[in-house]
Design a protein. Sequence first.
Length: 174
Amino acid sequence: MSGSETVKEFQVERDIFSDYIQSRGLRHTGQRDLILQTFLSTEEHLTSEDLYGLVSKIDPTLGLTTVYRTLKLLTEAGLAREVRFGDNKTYYEHHFNHEHHDHMICTECGKVIEFFSPDIEALQDEMADKFGFRPTHHSLRLWGLCSECQAGNLISEPAAPGAQPRVRVRTAMH
Ligand SMILES: [Zn+2]
Ligand SMILES: [Zn+2]
Ligand SMILES: [Zn+2]
């Protein structure tokens, strides 16, 4: 734990996590706490490797497996949610106190734009109704080029229809 000023941060989330850890009969550890704090301190979409890169700078004894398992626990506890951007990696973002949103992914620079449209949400529900389908959750993703990449000369060949889009989601730590 670095600096006592960060200890009181994210108290609600910490309590939720403690309760969950206890309900699972797991031990509360300083390492899990550090992973939680670090995760909550960034607004990025992070893979377990990204988060590992951040926390191992603070505590080099931390292993990738611990980070991976803790992210799973955070997801189960309702603090994190998994999101996929088509590059076969699992990203995590904040779930608790964060409204539902969807994503646009730039296949050139990997930027991820979050958006929310009540109209689109309503249309999706309408469409589900039409099929007698009861949706539990959804993830709408648009792939393409962000405004900066369109302005630059780096226009790449569009991926063939059906091909796996080339996404390298950029995070603050790379
Ligand atoms: Zn949506
Ligand atoms: Zn871009
Ligand atoms: Zn997001």
